[in-house]
Design a protein around this ligand. Structure first.
Ligand code: AGP
Length: 364
């Protein structure tokens, strides 16, 4: 496909900058202020069926899997249904137990990823209910699923996914809110989440205004050989996705780890040559995360914090606008897309078509 670049040098840059509009689109027409809930017409799941769900299993690959990790946390937090995400590519090969009370959700930008499609087909053979959280309308996974949510990110051309990731996390916030409101999520909390969702487009615009600061940071980090990304609970999938983004587009080795696991091994790697990007949201884990920064600093590690307020222990901080705790992962990923982009740009990489990768992997 060839779409207008709209004055941007790469599709990746264009797509990063389209995110405020894209998020506006995924929200449009779906919020119901009267009952502090959302309408998701394509779900094909009534309130009674929604209440019967005992578990949620989310399947996707790469970036879509990471968006699913965030989605699983949102569903657990807001709907109090046990939920987890797994790479579809693993799930399909392990003869998983398929449970009739579990809601399965397949996540895919293209809707054509073979590993995801094969997992969906196997689930359906075993009588499971499968929803799709998909970007491309009418794609194979969307057609195969029993219902679902279109994420309306618009066409994504760059091989590296950015705006679709963000929109998918917002789509999951809508689903979590919907499932929550059929259960024990109060009207008041429903309202709080809706207000948070409505703030997102303006906060994305505010975040993107820091591009120059992030560009300068990326130039400093472009010469490193490897980078560590850490986060705890809500911050962990953000770290995973940021690490994948950097690898794909800059070819710099990156590894993501739960901040809580540092002391169980990776602390041995810390030295000035291995910088750490730490995701530090202002939530109830802030003090724990600060302690992790101290551990790294005590071993002369260089730290870039992505946080809601300046972090003293970090060498640099990118300050992200604060939203409701449950929605924080949505915004925290955005500066890290810019970091990956500008690192790749500084290294002269082929940003829209990284070596060895294809936009959708439609083969085994
Ligand atoms: C994204 O940056 C990657 N190129 C890749 O991980 C991708 O997310 C994955 O292949 C899944 O694609 P899909 O969302 O189209 O199913």
């Amino acid at each position: 496909a060839s779409y207008d670049m709209g004055g941007h040098d790469t599709y990746m840059h264009k797509e990063i900058h389209e995110q405020a509009d894209a998020v506006d689109r995924v929200l449009r027409g779906r919020i119901d202020d009267r009952f502090s809930t959302v309408h998701l017409g394509g779900l094909n799941l009534d309130a009674r069926e929604a209440r019967q769900i005992r578990r949620v299993k989310i399947l996707g690959c790469g970036t879509s899997y990471h968006a699913g990790m965030i989605g699983a946390q949102m569903i657990e937090e807001l709907a109090r249904i046990p939920a987890d995400a797994e790479p579809a590519s693993e799930f399909r090969y392990r003869n998983a137990v398929v449970d009739p009370d579990t809601l399965y959700i397949a996540v895919s930008q293209s809707g054509e990823t073979y590993d995801v499609l094969a997992a969906v087909q196997e689930l359906k053979r075993k009588g499971a209910r499968v929803l799709g959280v998909v970007n491309v309308v009418g794609s194979a996974i969307a057609r195969e699923a029993d219902g679902g949510i279109y994420v309306h990110a618009g066409p994504e051309v760059c091989v590296v996914s950015t705006k679709c990731f963000t929109n998918t996390t917002v789509a999951f916030a809508l689903l979590a809110l919907h499932l929550g409101r059929t259960r024990d999520l109060s009207v008041r909390d429903g309202k709080r989440i809706i207000e948070g969702l409505r703030k997102l487009p303006a906060q994305i615009t505010e975040m993107l205004e820091q591009e120059e600061h992030i560009r300068k940071l990326a130039e400093q980090y472009a010469e490193v050989r490897s980078m560590l990304f850490i986060g705890r609970v809500r911050g962990y999938p953000v770290a995973r996705e940021a690490s994948l983004k950097l690898k794909e587009v800059s070819y710099i080795h990156a590894e993501a780890y739960p901040a809580s696991e540092l002391k169980h091994g990776p602390l041995a790697l810390i030295e000035p040559a291995l910088p750490t990007v730490a995701i530090v949201p202002d939530d109830d884990l802030l003090e724990k995360n600060r302690a992790a920064l101290e551990e790294i600093k005590a071993r002369s590690g260089r730290i870039l914090a992505v946080a809601h307020q300046h972090q003293e222990k970090a060498d640099e901080t990118i300050v992200v606008p604060k939203n409701e705790d449950e929605l924080d992962p949505i915004l925290m990923g955005i500066p890290l897309q810019l970091l990956a982009y500008h690192t790749a740009l500084a290294l002269g990489r082929d940003i829209d078509k990284p070596r060895n990768l294809a936009k959708s992997v439609t083969v085994e």
